[in-house]
Design a protein around this ligand. Structure first.
Ligand SMILES: Nc1ncnc2c1ncn2[C@@H]1O[C@H](COP(=O)(O)OP(=O)(O)OP(=O)(O)O)[C@@H](O)[C@H]1O
Length: 266
């Protein structure tokens, strides 16, 4: 087992009426963790605190056992890459140029030229996501699924051991969602990258993730194996829905019955 790559200890923050409340979370090293929970429960905020886009008021994030506050932004960016929720159209940028942005933490001040190592990392990342054939294409001309692959390649070119993704399958059809999740599973297995991703599809979380952290009202409400956690009691507590859960071929299947806040319908 690798040493603990990423852990969050007692982090709290309070901003304009919203809080993260003493979050404690372990992200099993070399494994995939799903972060789930209702809209507005603090999932993206948690990812942003890990990458230090948002400062915490209390507590600490540990990277390989060292406080994240001890890393410079550049050092941190060599350990953690993050794919945010934003969907920018990025005019005039080719796929290769976009992926090369992943090399920013390795550049010296004012350095424009790519080193041989940069070129190799970009080529490796494009290969890993199956986008080598699209390197010269303008990013905005790609389909949604291809754009997501290109963004993931940019994160891989960063050469980090931790990859955070905020809703990587949103806006994609079911086939392309599975395509992205299978690709992330392969990346995780081949390079033992610790992955944490915000997902709304609980069944996908059970199928692709080893660990799950459920948030509600800015706090961690539950954590553990997704297949163990996904019970009617969990769905009632976290999402306030009445649902049945059956297991087919080892995977939980959720059948919603009632939204407890809207009796009579889901
Ligand atoms: N900078 C901010 N200032 C004030 N409120 C904020 C800020 N950032 C987030 N929030 C609020 O914090 C809450 C949690 O937001 P966050 O984006 O973390 O939720 P989420 O669980 O990722 O939601 P979703 O599933 O809808 O993406 C929301 O109510 C949001 O409006």
């Amino acid at each position: 087992m690798k040493e603990n790559t990423l852990a969050v200890k007692d982090i709290s923050l309070h901003r304009q009426g919203f809080q993260l409340k003493r979050i404690n979370a372990e992200f099993p090293p070399g494994r995939i963790t799903a972060i789930v929970g209702p809209n507005g429960s603090g999932k993206s905020t948690l990812l942003k605190t890990i990458t230090r886009l948002i400062a915490v008021d209390d507590g600490e994030i540990f990277i390989h056992g060292k406080p994240a506050s001890a890393f410079s932004p550049r050092q941190l960016a060599r350990h953690i890459s993050m794919l945010p929720q934003t969907r920018d159209s990025l005019p005039d940028l080719t796929v290769q140029e976009l992926v090369a942005y992943g090399r920013t933490p390795y550049k010296k001040l004012f350095q424009q030229r790519h080193t041989r190592e940069d070129d190799q990392a970009v080529e490796f990342a494009l290969n890993a996501v199956g986008m080598s054939g699209h390197a010269e294409r303008l990013f905005y001309t790609l389909s949604g699924g291809e754009q997501q692959r290109a963004r993931i390649a940019m994160a891989l070119a960063q050469g980090t051991d931790i990859l955070l993704l905020d809703e990587p399958t949103t806006y994609l059809d079911i086939a392309h969602q599975l395509d992205i999740l299978n690709m992330l599973k392969r990346i995780n297995e081949q390079w033992e990258i610790t992955i944490a991703m915000v997902l709304h599809d609980l069944q996908q979380a059970a199928a692709y993730c080893h660990h799950m952290i459920a948030m509600k009202h800015g706090a961690v409400a539950a954590a553990g194996s997704p297949r163990d956690l996904l019970t009617p009691a969990f769905l009632k507590e976290i999402y306030e829905i009445d649902a049945k859960v059956t297991v087919i071929d080892g995977y939980p299947l959720i059948i919603p019955v009632t939204n407890l806040n809207k009796p009579g319908g889901i």
